[in-house]
Design a binder for this molecule. Structure first.
Ligand SMILES: NC(=O)c1ccc[n+]([C@@H]2O[C@H](COP(=O)([O-])OP(=O)(O)OC[C@H]3O[C@@H](n4cnc5c(N)ncnc54)[C@H](OP(=O)(O)O)[C@@H]3O)[C@@H](O)[C@H]2O)c1
Length: 257
């Protein structure tokens, strides 16, 4: 439990694996204390041991963000003020569904929309409740290049995140709070394995390391950018996709599930 740390505190959702675990490593190395959130408490405790050895205070918060109790507990921690106030929220936890919209159950689709839209929406609201009065804070939303290319409800949810972030970046900047989104392409994490889809359909040249994505992302966040698209290659792909007919982009994205 953090008591009177002078280091700023970052809360990261989905910190037991992939990009979230990498955010934890890089932020700890950069002088942040951490609150790490996910369901798998053994993995969180193991990560916490390593992170503490690098000098960070680490609070483990086991929570299923799709359960009412879990989300309430994380919201309360994000909204805490005084010595325990977090200076950075990283809305990172997420997953994808393996099938097409009509093939998934409506409960699975609603769960995905909750995870990718309602959870970051609620946690951002909770964070602003303590950041705006202090006129200080940073909110990082992990979106995806899928937000630029029509792709099932996953892409639509990430489009919501990019649009919300663009607005919030301008609106809250004057009030001392930076809101930024990072929109990566394909990243080597557990994401595709958890979804049960093979990485084989995606050319090697399109895969990024979590280390690169988080390093470029945090650099752009520090500059106050609304959106960070890690690597020139993906910036170019997003620019090209915006010029192509939707039917072409949808077909290309479907081949790369
Ligand atoms: N990998 C990619 O190619 C890629 C590309 C673009 C964007 N993204 C985005 O990057 C973010 C992180 O994904 P990743 O690639 O790092 O995936 P990952 O390696 O599968 O990690 C997902 C994280 O989310 C947590 N999580 C999942 N469901 C949860 C729940 N109900 N409650 C709490 N935590 C939950 C997992 O922890 P537990 O299982 O322990 O709960 C894990 O820590 C996501 O928002 C994803 O959409 C990924």
């Amino acid at each position: 439990m953090i008591t009177s740390s002078r280091r700023p505190i970052a809360l990261i959702t989905g910190a037991s694996a992939g990009l979230g675990a990498e955010f934890a490593r890089q932020l700890a190395a950069d002088g942040w204390d951490l609150v790490i959130v996910a369901r798998n408490v053994e993995r969180l405790e193991s990560a916490a041991t390593t992170l503490r050895a690098s000098g960070a205070d680490v609070e483990v918060l086991r929570a299923d963000l799709l359960s009412a109790d879990g989300l309430r507990a994380v919201e309360a921690r994000v909204a805490a003020s005084g010595d325990r106030a977090i200076g950075m929220l990283v809305n990172n936890a997420g997953y994808g569904l393996p099938k097409s919209f009509h093939e998934n159950s409506i409960d699975d689709e609603i769960g995905l929309a909750e995870m990718l839209i309602l959870v970051p929406l609620r946690l951002t609201h909770a964070a602003l409740s303590q950041m705006l009065p202090r006129r200080s804070g940073t909110i990082v939303n992990v979106a995806s290049v899928a937000g630029y290319t029509p792709r099932e409800t996953y892409g639509a949810a990430k489009t919501w995140m990019l649009s919300f972030t663009r607005w919030a970046n301008v609106f809250y900047r004057k009030r001392g709070v930076t809101v930024s989104a990072i929109a990566p392409g394909f990243v080597y994490t557990e994401f595709h394995e958890r979804m049960g889809v093979s990485r084989g359909s995606v050319p090697k040249a399109l895969w990024l390391d979590a280390d690169t994505v988080v390093r470029i992302g945090l650099r752009d966040v520090a500059k106050g950018r609304a959106i960070s698209i890690p690597t020139a290659r993906y910036k170019a792909l997003v620019a090209i996709a915006s010029l192509l007919p939707t039917s072409f982009v949808v077909a290309a994205a479907a081949r790369r599930r």
